[in-house]
Design a protein around this ligand. Sequence first.
Ligand code: FAD
Length: 306
Amino acid sequence: MERLDALVIGAGVAGITAGIYMKRSNLSCVVLDKDAPGGKLNNIHRIDNYPGVPTVDGPQLAMALFTQATDLGVVIDYGEVTSVKLAADGSFLIKTDVNEYNAIALIVAAGVVTGAVACPGERALRGKGVSYCATCDGNFFKGKDVLVYGYKDHAVEDAIYLSSLARKVTFLHDAPLETPESHLEVLKGKENVEIKEGKLLSVLGETKVTGASIETSEGKTEVEVDAVFPLSGEVSSSQFLQGLGVNMVNGFIEVNSDMETNVPGLYAAGDVLKKKLRQIVNAAGEGAVSASSAITYIHSKKRKAA
Ligand SMILES: Cc1cc2nc3c(=O)[nH]c(=O)nc-3n(C[C@H](O)[C@H](O)[C@H](O)COP(=O)(O)OP(=O)(O)OC[C@H]3O[C@@H](n4cnc5c(N)ncnc54)[C@H](O)[C@@H]3O)c2cc1C
């Protein structure tokens, strides 16, 4: 197995930025993803808070990032990372469903998975009306009634997007909304959106979603809907690090200001970090810092080995 200087897990904003910095420092590096490059960007229909880019849709920014990276010669490989182990010399052995890699330094930029609120019916009806991606699945519910459950900006964004397709959108949130006032105004201005405060108790239906059981201040009730988008939970995508002894809080990785974890040679960047703000702008910055720290580490390891 060829030894790489660095391997980056995740080809979202954080991972591709790390790959660009690696490539420009002339070190060998592979950026790995199980899915389309760009990560979460592919789910955003409109971005207007990335400095220097007044308004852009997510897939467009994803494509620009991918083209910039590959034009520079960044290698993007495909496969789902299933495990990471430490070799005797402190390098990393990374296994995917299709390949194995060995790298001196590892940057984890695997993001988060949104959704999964774990209520009855949710799991059984996944793909049968339960969806975690409005941009991907919204079109199936053109002219139908849908429920969006969440309180963060991405849930508000998805409800706005779905309002342009669905007959009616019920937007249910069980916590104070964490969204810019401008997004909230747009949501409130949609005639086919009803905003309710309450909890999603279960998703109803046998072979497909037929409704949802919810609890508001008026008590328990059932709403008839064709789709439920549970966008409340956020789960880190770092399960493959189990056994390495990386410091984490609920699966979110702890790093210092150099993006170093407690494991030498292991860095992390982007949404997978334990942090407050999950946005494109800081994911890119953390990707750059993680690569810069990894570059110093790789050079020092190589000097010692020489
Ligand atoms: C609907 C929505 C709207 C948003 N709107 C905005 C906005 O307007 N402005 C803003 O700044 N931010 C916005 N965000 C947040 C922003 O998209 C994220 O903060 C940012 O894209 C995170 O980038 P990342 O590289 O850390 O992670 P991601 O983009 O999630 O990339 C992680 C990558 O890792 C891959 N991966 C995960 N596990 C594995 C594995 N085991 N093996 C291989 N690959 C793996 C994934 O496939 C993914 O491609 C929004 C998010 C959503 C969901």
